[in-house]
Design a protein around this ligand. Structure first.
Ligand SMILES: Cc1ncc(COP(=O)(O)O)c(C=O)c1O
Length: 399
């Protein structure tokens, strides 16, 4: 027996691999600083945890409707209305086992062999793999630091063919933190309006982790003419520090929501009933802490961006949101480590950082744009300062 052809089309998640490696090193007693994980270092707030505990005590521990309890769907409808001025009915809402399952359901339920999905790079690692697993062709469009890591309308127009099924937009972005303004989304929307066969997967997972003057917007809100063919995707993982609870959700066309539920009914069935009860508390409870936490991330962003930009050969744009920075370092490629290894790729640089500086980051190639690396600054100020100092020292030692 051999793994299937579908499985051969995908890679294990590079970000989860780095997290696993850091865990192994720590257990072996190595003083490593892990900046690879894509999750807030905050705890799930108490009122959300209590809702989960109450659900257990109340025996809400049985199967639920496949793609979400009526209570959670109602809470998602209210969330879209409150935060995004988007009007969805409950039959337009799906609840899934994390945002990753939302992506998986949407792609596997709609993509046929030969269908194309436009993915701006750098991208969240799962987009191309899930598209490829579904049998589709990822059409990766590079959007580098010179264009603030954002797809231009002209690039979008050029990437669309008669086979294009979806374009994936992620704002603020994992891995760059770049966010599209309402005006930028409108400009992309004008292109999409000319291509009525293309659907939009709007991944808003980092909606509540935004900084300074950046105002979050989502495409179905600012381009109402695209509402019918947009899947607006969000979840509890990043905003509410609930990565382990596994709740993602989306709003979109009823037929698509139904198709996704059909697939889910033959894979995971419902998301955990206890996590769903906790998610109701997250979405309907106090929202004030979201801005407070974003303020903490903003402070860390500022110190990390400053520290990385002070390293000769490294350029780190200032993100609008999320908790990642994506510095690029073309000048460091070709240099040699004290051990005599030539840094010929960003993967080699990240390996050198892990061995020499004991700092774990994820190489840019995993996100489709090199030479760069992704640093998650969802960790303490002290560890971040130490990590940046170690990176600077390691970069300095290159010849
Ligand atoms: C852009 C983006 N979308 C979706 C997800 C999925 O999140 P989860 O499956 O943990 O809810 C992530 C997680 O890393 C992400 O970065």
């Amino acid at each position: 027996m051999q793994p299937s052809a579908a499985l051969a089309r995908i890679q294990p998640s590079a970000t989860l691999a780095v997290t696993a490696r850091v865990g192994q090193m720590k257990r072996a007693g190595v003083d490593v600083i892990g900046l690879g994980a894509g999750e807030p270092d905050f705890d799930t707030p108490d009122h959300i945890k209590e809702a989960g505990i109450r659900a257990i005590r109340d025996n809400r521990t049985r199967y639920t409707d496949v793609d979400g309890t009526p209570e959670l769907k109602a809470a998602v409808v209210a969330k879209f209305a409150r935060d995004n001025a988007l009007d969805y009915r409950t039959d337009q809402v799906t609840v899934n086992v994390g945002g990753k399952q939302t992506l998986f359901n949407a792609m596997v339920a709609t993509v046929d062999a030969g269908d194309e999905v436009v993915i701006p790079a750098p991208y969240w690692v799962s987009y191309p793999d899930v598209v490829a697993f579904a049998g589709g062709t990822p059409v990766v469009v590079p959007a580098g630091p010179e264009q603030d890591y954002k797809l231009s309308p002209a690039q979008l127009d050029a990437a669309i063919t008669p086979r294009t099924k979806w374009v994936i937009l992620n704002s603020p972005s994992n891995p760059t933190g770049a966010g599209y303004s309402a005006a930028e989304l409108r400009a992309l929307g004008e292109v999409l309006a000319r291509h009525p066969h293309v659907w939009i997967f709007a991944d808003d997972m980092y909606e509540h982790v935004v900084f300074g003057g950046f105002r979050f917007a989502t495409i179905a809100q600012v381009c109402p003419e695209l509402y019918e063919r947009t899947l607006t995707v969000n979840g509890c993982s990043k905003a509410y520090a609930m990565t382990g609870w596994r709740i993602g959700f989306a709003g979109g066309a009823p037929w698509l929501i139904k198709a996704m539920a059909k697939l889910q009914s033959q894979s995971t069935s419902n998301p955990c009933s206890i996590a769903q009860a906790a998610a109701v508390a997250a979405l309907t409870g106090d929202q004030a802490f979201l801005a407070e936490r974003a303020g903490v991330f903003q402070r860390r962003r500022d110190s990390v961006v400053a520290a990385l930009n002070a390293i000769p050969g490294m350029t780190c744009p200032t993100p609008d949101g999320a908790f990642y920075v994506y510095p690029s370092f073309p000048e460091l490629i070709g240099r040699t480590t004290p051990g005599g290894v030539v840094i010929d790729s960003d993967e080699a640089f990240v390996t050198y950082l892990l061995d020499e500086a004991r700092v774990a980051a994820v190489h840019g190639a995993a996100f489709g744009l090199s030479p760069a690396l992704r640093i998650s600054y969802a960790t303490s100020d002290a560890l971040l300062a130490e990590a940046c100092a170690r990176i600077a020292e390691a970069a300095h030692k290159l010849r």
